[in-house]
Structure formats: C-alpha cells, structure tokens
Design a binder for this molecule. Structure first.
Ligand code: HEC
Length: 85
C-alpha cells in the first residue's frame, strides 16, 4: 500500500486514464467495482454514501471479501465527499 504518496488536492478524476486518478479515486475504483459496475459518485449525496458504504461493507463480509480497513474507508469516503452531488 503506497497510498502515502498522497495527492494534496481534490482534483476531479478524469474520465480516462487511471494514471490521472487521485489515490482516493483509485481506492474507490478498486473496492467498489468488485460486485457491480462502479456507481457514479453523483448518484447519491454524501450522507447517503456514508450509509451505503457501511451497507457495502456488510455485503463484503457476507461474501467473504475482506472489509475495508481504516485507510481504505477514509480514502473512499473522502473521494465521495468531494465528488458526490
Ligand atoms: C461484496 C460485493 C460488493 C462490493 C465489494 C460493493 N458492493 Fe455495492 N452492492 C452490492 C450488492 C449485492 C448490491 C445490491 C443492493 C444490496 O444488496 O444492498 C449493491 C448495490 C450498490 C448500490 C446501489 C444501491 C441503491 O439502492 O442505489 C450502490 C450505490 C453501491 N452498491 C455502492 C457501492 C460502493 C460505494 C462500494 C464500495 C465501498 C460497493 N458498492 C462495493 C455488493 C457490493
């Protein structure tokens, strides 16, 4: 895990190249597309996302996928906070 090579800003991830994605966007893409297509961040408000991520962690446990660690959850929620509607 080299997420410590942190980007400081909240650059909006481009639609294209993964190399352009912030570590937060990469965490989101890596952990939230395992079971279904990656949901667009504008699909929900940030409070809705907070609830949803908790539900999705429950789904991960049900399927025997390791749930998110603190750092992963923090990165994903930071991404959603900055990119939700
Ligand atoms: C272990 C498999 C799994 C993973 C990993 C997963 N999901 Fe899901 N997701 C589901 C299932 C199953 C549903 C269908 C609805 C339900 O059962 O809650 C779903 C539904 C959704 C929905 C639609 C819910 C709605 O009512 O609009 C969203 C949005 C979503 N997931 C977001 C995420 C996000 C964000 C992540 C990453 C943190 C994630 N998912 C990771 C299994 C997963």
């Amino acid at each position: 895990m080299l997420l410590a090579a942190v980007a400081t800003g909240c650059a909006t991830p481009g639609a294209g190249d993964h190399a352009d994605l912030t570590p937060e966007a990469q965490a989101y893409a890596a952990h939230c597309s395992a079971c279904h297509a990656l949901p667009h961040p504008k699909r929900h408000s940030y409070p809705e996302w907070q609830t949803l991520v908790a539900v999705m962690e429950q789904r991960m446990r049900e399927r025997g996928i390791p749930p998110l660690d603190e750092q992963q959850r923090g990165a994903i929620l930071a991404y959603l906070e900055h990119n939700s509607r």
